[in-house]
Design a protein around this ligand. Structure first.
Ligand code: PA5
Length: 446
């Protein structure tokens, strides 16, 4: 079971930069109303709270089919449609492509070089393409899909549709229409599931099954977290406490940067996933806290100096791992060298844990607020717990901030300019705006 230790957020431990019970009391007053919304799923977008109860039969069936008939699994999607699956892959099957089949490729960015590299190593005739788009209209995913469809037709002709699985809205959108028209296999992203809250839907579960992970374990962990978060007592609700403390630090102490630093390579992409969830959900109305995805111990040798002696604008959350599931004892070699011989006889897990604790302590000693999520081990169950924890925490924080944590109006303008430049019908005015801006800015070049 995941636990949250927030002692280093409190003024009694870190001094005046910390928060106190009185401030936490102010949250207690606001929590019941927000809790009633979340737990009562009073908004459609809170449907992600129901995902732990879903039937996994279809995902398991398709996962089995992919494993049986494919050497490669190519996932097309972006944002919430790619970051969650990548977090699952990296946490639960490290170095996957060196050890396992089907190999997994996630093509999210529309970088042509990446696609060239992927296409140069896969045999399309033995590849399943999972195209994921809730809306079915995201330009990046659509472009990749169109290219892959064309390439697949060239490779396998009339059997092309059989090599695709479309994960999309059950009833509407371009992807749904294309998939139905061509008889592709499909999986649903139900109406109320937003992209960044979708990892525990078929978006992340199919990939889990393809890499040999029982998707029910992810859901079991998520269900456990949901049940722990079914209280409006913030002192007993780890997700509310996490979100609430970050909120207090942001509004009362101007802490604008939210660092997540797991001490595990496998959780690096969980950080990336969390950063999108937090940024896109909460960066609105001039409010928000910039998330920073980190990994320990690596960033002790990259970012820690800034966190210790730079501006006091951050809150750092550590993820400590109880059991790594592997270990090495550092051997008794070079014993005559004092500078390294002190390590001999210790285990690598001891060293990484000591480094994590030292970082917590040094930050606290300098008065920098930090907290620690302790996760017993990195497996599907605990990953499910983590996903659900961060999703509930983000929704709670957004509602506390008085913003809508489920939309992303700020990304529309950029999409519209792109539509204009790419000649989409109805976006001529946007293209003209771009052309004018290009002229106005010409000459400012060094
Ligand atoms: O969280 C979100 O809603 C976004 O990041 C989407 O996941 C992303 O824009 C992709 O959208 P779609 O799944 O509709 O292609």
């Amino acid at each position: 079971m995941l636990t949250l230790n927030f002692a280093n957020m409190m003024e009694e431990v870190i001094g005046p930069n910390g928060t106190n019970d009185k401030a936490i009391e102010t949250l207690r007053a606001k929590t019941p109303e927000i809790h009633a919304d979340i737990i009562g799923r009073k908004r459609n977008e809170l449907e992600f709270m129901g995902l732990p109860d879903q039937d996994t039969a279809e995902v398991k069936k398709l996962g089995g089919e992919v494993r049986g008939e494919s050497d490669a699994f190519l996932l097309l999607g972006i944002g919430g449609s790619a970051l969650g699956p990548r977090a699952v892959l990296e946490a639960l099957s490290p170095l996957h492509n060196l050890r396992e089949v089907p190999k997994v490729f996630i093509y999210d960015n529309v970088d042509p070089r990446t696609l060239r590299h992927i296409l140069s190593v896969v045999d399309l005739g033995k590849t399943t393409v999972n195209v994921i788009s809730k809306s079915g209209s995201t330009a990046e995913t659509a472009a990749g899909f169109m290219i892959l469809w064309d390439e697949m037709k060239k490779a396998v002709g009339k059997d092309a549709a059989r090599r695709f699985i479309a994960t999309t809205d059950p009833a509407s959108g371009n992807l749904r229409k294309i998939a139905d028209d061509h008889g592709m296999r499909t999986l649903p992203i139900e109406k109320g599931i937003g992209g960044r809250y979708s990892v525990l839907s078929p978006v992340g579960l199919l990939l889990a099954e393809v890499i040999g992970v029982d998707s029910r374990e992810l859901l079991r962990g998520a269900a456990e977290m949901r049940s722990r978060c079914s209280t409006d007592d913030i002192g007993k609700n780890p997700a509310y406490m996490f979100g609430g403390l970050l909120y207090l630090m942001n509004v009362n102490a101007n802490r604008n940067v939210n660092v997540l630093i797991p001490y595990a390579d496998g959780l690096k992409f969980l950080s990336e996933w969390f950063c999108q969830l937090w940024a896109e959900s909460l960066g609105k109305d001039g409010k928000g806290m910039t998330p920073y995805p980190s990994v320990g111990t690596t960033d002790q040798h990259s970012q820690m100096q800034l966190w210790m002696e730079g501006p006091g604008d951050k809150v750092v959350t550590f993820i400590r791992v109880g059991e790594y599931g592997a270990d090495y004892t550092i051997p008794r070699v070079f014993e005559e060298i004092e500078g390294t011989s002190y390590l001999s006889g210790h285990r690598l897990s001891e060293l990484i844990k000591a480094e994590e604790e030292s970082s917590e302590l040094s930050l606290a000693k300098r008065g920098h607020p930090n907290m620690t999520i302790e996760v017993p081990s990195i497996d599907a169950y605990h990953l499910g717990e983590l996903f659900q924890f961060f999703e509930i925490a983000t929704a709670f924080t957004g509602l506390l901030m008085g913003i809508n944590p489920f939309n992303q109006p700020g990304v529309e303008e950029g999409k519209n300019f792109t539509y204009g430049m790419m000649g989409k019908k109805g976006f001529d005015a946007k293209r003209e705006e771009v052309e004018k801006a290009r002229k106005d800015r010409a000459g400012r070049q060094a």
